[in-house]
Design a protein around this ligand. Structure first.
Ligand code: NAP
Length: 286
């Protein structure tokens, strides 16, 4: 029997807690605020940004979407980020990827005040994650949301072998760090990994974040493993599918996240959670 991890349900619980927290903060004179900057007209990004704005508003936050033309220069973008860095009403700043070619993305990440870095991508915050810093700091929302989901289903990474496939800065690497900090033994695999499927079969916890539809099938999964599918891919018919072939994984995996309805809803819920935390840490020193 495979348990399907209900990301929507866990996200709902996180959102309820966030909403309650926002109400408490507003009573104390602090309204958490998020600014999302989008450059250009990428259709998928437009949908993500709209969803983030809708959710933030629904939870009672101050939410700004700053739509900029695709021709925006690096200097113009950095100047807008500087304005939000100085704006007391804004606690979290997010610059939506992908960015047009003329924009240097690493410099954009560096320009965001680490205390307002709601994505957790600033090297200061990445460094805190790697060193397992004991204080407060924002963590990349997709991997953090996955850790919340694992906890909700009583999957304790301690002592387990976790295999993360994909080493991006936004998912794979922070995921590997979080699992390491949670005392898993971690293998970080990628496109140059030799015999990837044999490596995958050794995982008690398998996180797949490659963007390759159905890269992993049931035959590549250790019976009983927990499988987290981060992928948001399109199959030949244009249907949204994951990096894991859900059908063949059923009956092999112990637990598995579906696509859609798994990691996706958790990412946005965690983004909201992080925004509230940034507000609390900066304005109330908690
Ligand atoms: P990315 O930056 O393109 O990184 C992909 C990673 O996968 C790279 O490390 C790459 O290896 C590895 N890879 C590619 N092909 C591979 C193969 N055949 N075998 C093994 N490894 C392979 O992607 P990303 O931003 O991490 O996103 C990954 C997927 O997650 C995408 O489908 C994305 O849409 C989705 N995503 C979902 C959410 C969500 O909230 N649900 C959030 C973020 C991302 P190399 O480093 O060697 O090139």
């Amino acid at each position: 029997m495979t348990t399907i991890i209900d990301g929507k349900q866990v996200a709902k619980q996180v959102n309820q807690a966030t909403q309650a927290e926002v109400s408490k903060l507003v009573e104390r004179g602090v309204q958490p605020g998020i600014a999302v900057i989008i450059v250009g007209e990428d259709p998928a990004s437009q949908i993500y940004v709209r969803n983030k704005n809708r959710k933030a508003t629904k939870l009672g936050m101050h939410s700004i979407v700053r739509q900029l033309p695709a021709t925006t220069t690096q200097a113009e973008l950095l100047s807008i980020i500087a304005d939000y860095n100085a704006d007391d009403k804004i606690h979290g700043i997010l610059v939506q990827s992908p960015l047009p070619k003329q924009i240097n993305e690493p410099l954009v990440t560096l320009a965001i005040d680490p205390n307002k870095d709601v994505d957790g991508f600033h090297p200061t915050n990445v460094g805190k994650l790697i060193t397992n810093y004991a204080g407060h700091y924002p963590i990349a929302n997709t991997p953090r949301g996955i850790m919340t989901m694992l906890a909700a289903y009583d999957v304790d990474p301690a002592g387990k072998h976790a295999v993360v496939i994909g080493r991006s800065t936004i998912v794979g690497k922070p995921m590997a760090a979080l699992l390491t900090n949670a005392n898993a033994t971690v293998t970080l695999a990628h496109s140059k990994t030799v015999d990837l499927k044999a490596v995958a079969r050794t995982a008690d916890i398998l996180v797949v974040a490659t963007g390759i539809a159905h890269l992993i099938t049931g035959a590549d999964i250790k019976p009983g493993a927990t499988v987290i599918d981060v992928g948001m891919d399109r199959d030949a018919n244009g249907k949204l599918v994951g990096d894991v072939d859900f059908e063949s994984a059923q009956g092999v995996a112990g637990l598995i996240t579906p696509v859609p309805g798994g990691v996706g809803p958790m990412t946005i819920a965690t983004l909201m959670q992080t925004t509230v935390e940034l507000a609390k840490w900066s304005d109330l020193g908690e």
